[in-house]
Design a protein around this ligand. Structure first.
Ligand SMILES: *Cc1c(COP(=O)(O)O)cnc(C)c1O
Length: 337
């Protein structure tokens, strides 16, 4: 039972069969029908002109940031943003841009904070050119933006001529939790990256969405980064399968997360827990347990969790965690002395 991340999933039989049966071609030549199908499904779903299949969410984000900026530009995001703290300094390495990180709340920033952080047109200052949002926010415990806030940030971007990118690694989780639609997001952002390798259950992959002109340039940058893949249809087939089979079921992960949260909150050793909005739990573990001893005890019961700070543990739900496993996990939590 691996709750360390929703990346610890294995392809199901159905997904493996979809790979076996995939039609493929050379995608660097644009001739892989399954990659083309996945890209078309995603651009249609989001109502965006074009899409690009990338090997990872990191590459999708980095390609987008590179296309939207020039070296020396400034990118506004949260201090907790994946693009800033978990992509190996990629913004500096790949785009030559720098970050203006805003405090925000659980990885979410406001339109007012964005507007206050935009540099004036002054030779001393870096040119602000891009805002990156993350939804759901990973380090924020899987929380979701309210639609009004996103709209306000879009207005600020329009007013100041900034591009707006969404790191939507877990965007499908947000759509299910809030009732917001893919079309709303597609109409509002200049670019969106969506992971297939999280709760969607694929072994790899992410899709980057945007205008036809943006994706044309993104395809060029993906190639430069070594992300042009040949018979990628074998992998893209997992994405097609996941879109058809694994989206609605994410709601089950959200229910499981709430059940485990309720069991944890019955225990005195559970300290502050971030609000559980989707499939991620982040909570403090207190005396007589600590994040490390909690993790090690769980591991002895065949349950893997992650100690993510000196005070906090993270657990993430996904399609390889069954209702029976959730029940057993709750029994273990109740048994802890
Ligand atoms: C996982 C993740 C990514 C991309 O991760 P890859 O492992 O490179 O696919 C990007 N943003 C967020 C918020 C993530 O959780």
């Amino acid at each position: 039972m691996d709750y360390r991340s929703d990346t610890f999933t294995k392809p199901s039989k159905g997904m493996l069969n979809a790979m076996l049966e995939a039609q493929t071609g050379d995608d660097v030549f644009g001739e892989d029908p399954t990659v083309n199908k996945l890209e078309a499904m995603m651009s249609e779903l989001f109502g965006m002109e074009a899409a690009l299949y990338c090997p990872s969410g990191t590459m999708s984000n980095q390609v987008a940031i590179k296309v939207h900026t020039l070296p020396g530009d400034e990118v506004i995001c949260s201090t907790l943003a994946h693009v800033y703290i978990y992509e190996g300094g990629g913004i500096a390495f790949n785009a030559g841009a720098q970050v203006r990180a805003l405090e925000g709340d659980r990885g979410m920033i406001t339109a007012a904070d964005v507007e206050a952080a935009i540099n004036p047109d002054d030779v001393h200052k870096a040119r602000t050119s891009l805002v990156c949002l993350e939804n759901t926010s990973n380090r924020g415990g899987g929380c979701c933006y309210e639609w009004e806030q996103i709209e306000k940030i879009r207005e600020v971007c329009n007013k100041h001529g900034l591009k707006l990118h969404l790191d939507g690694a877990r965007l499908f989780n947000a759509l299910l939790a809030t009732g917001q639609t893919a079309a709303q997001f597609g109409a509002t952002f200049d670019s969106i990256s969506v992971c297939l390798n999280k709760g969607m259950g694929c072994p790899m992959g992410s899709v980057l969405l945007g205008s036809a002109a943006f994706i044309k340039e993104a395809r060029r940058v993906r190639k430069k980064l070594g992300g042009g893949m040949r018979q990628a249809g074998y992998m893209a087939a997992t994405g097609v399968y996941a879109l058809e089979n694994n989206v609605e079921r994410l709601a089950e992960d959200h229910l499981h997360a709430k059940k485990i949260a309720a069991a944890l909150l019955e225990r005195e050793f559970t300290g502050h827990m971030l609000p559980v909005e989707t499939n991620i739990l982040i909570f403090e573990v207190k005396h007589p347990w600590s994040p490390i001893t909690f993790r090690d005890f769980m591991q002895q019961q065949d349950i893997r969790v992650m100690a993510i700070s000196p005070t906090q543990v993270r657990m993430v739900l996904h399609l390889d965690i069954t209702p029976e496993m959730v029940d057993r996990t709750i029994a273990v939590i109740r048994s802890m002395e």
